[in-house]
Write a protein that binds this ligand. Structure first.
Ligand code: G1P
Length: 295
């Protein structure tokens, strides 16, 4: 098995019930951050961490994601006719970011099951998993750090972040031991969405994983867990009995765009950073904050 992580899997098949009514007809992964859908940020993150082959796990109501990464001859010709070169480059370049593939998860059986759908495509290679509604800011360098950890230590890696203990019930939760490397810990146990009273820690699993194909065997053996779904956390618990699993800890730069408030934070922070709209948007925000007595 090769040691370099070339493939990424992006599970994006869920209903997105936290974003209804929007997500009734448009996948939540297509929510715009100014003019760019969330899913494009996720693909860009994988590409920036060295991945060249991306598999998006989708479902029947989400065809528009495939259109987004496909060529669109009529629109391209219209842009050329109108001399809109920058717009033309933008829509063509995004189709060339990586080799992008899609597979459908026909039944909503959970995150573990969705990742299991990638088995044939991944083959005998290590791979990354990026959850489709978490945006990680470039400055945090989370996926790149995880890839480095995998290449150095050869074991699966999961991203972990401390959360307020009252919030741990929304996440996979890890118990850990020290590991002699910066940012890394050794994972000793995991539990999916524990109630805060019994949670072993406040270290939450944060939507980025690096696995070897051995996870697929564990997924196959995993029976439905929390919410009646096949949970990736349960497959990882089984893996832990056989292999070392490392946690990559970080504390900044994550936006869960599946949550309304985090989506708004992502839009504001990422819009402010853009040279085209940032300065004007910043003045507007300052003005509105003053007017509303928020500062
Ligand atoms: C999933 C995982 C959970 C993880 C979370 C991160 O849960 O099952 O372990 O902590 O993503 O966002 P979901 O948010 O899909 O319920």
């Amino acid at each position: 098995m090769s040691n370099s992580v070339r493939k990424a899997v992006i599970p994006a098949a869920g209903f997105g019930t936290r974003f209804l009514p929007f997500s009734k007809s448009v996948p939540k992964e297509m929510l715009p951050i100014v003019d760019t859908p969330v899913i494009q940020f996720i693909v860009a993150e994988a590409v920036a961490a060295g991945m060249t082959d991306i598999l998006i796990i989708t479902s029947r109501h989400k065809k528009v994601m495939e259109d987004h990464f496909d060529r669109f001859g009529e629109l391209e010709a219209a842009l050329v006719d109108k001399g809109k070169q920058a717009e033309f480059d933008q829509i063509v370049d995004l189709t060339k970011m990586a080799d992008i593939h899609f597979v459908r998860q026909g039944e909503a059986k959970g995150l573990g099951h969705a990742i299991g759908m990638a088995s044939a495509h991944v083959g005998n290679e290590p791979f990354a998993v990026l959850l489709g509604d978490d945006i990680m800011h470039e400055r945090a360098g989370v996926l790149k750090g995880m890839v480095d950890a995998f290449e150095t230590h050869g074991s699966a890696v999961v991203a972990l972040m401390e959360v307020d203990p009252s919030e741990i019930g929304s996440y996979g939760c890890a118990s850990t031991e020290d590991f002699a490397a910066d940012r890394l810990v050794k994972v000793t146990g995991m539990v999916e969405k524990p109630s805060p009273e019994v949670a072993p820690s406040n270290l939450a699993v944060m939507g980025r994983y690096i696995f070897t194909p051995s996870i697929f065997g564990e997924i196959e053996q995993t029976t439905p867990g929390v919410g009646g779904e096949i949970q990736i956390t349960d497959a990882m618990v089984a893996l832990l009995a056989k292999e070392q699993l490392l946690g990559y800890t970080f504390s900044d730069g994550r936006f869960d765009t599946g949550k309304k408030i985090d989506y708004l934070r992502a839009v504001v922070e990422l819009a402010l950073e853009r040279p085209d709209v940032g300065p004007e948007f910043g003045s507007f925000l300052a003005e509105i904050c003053q007017r509303e007595g928020l500062v």
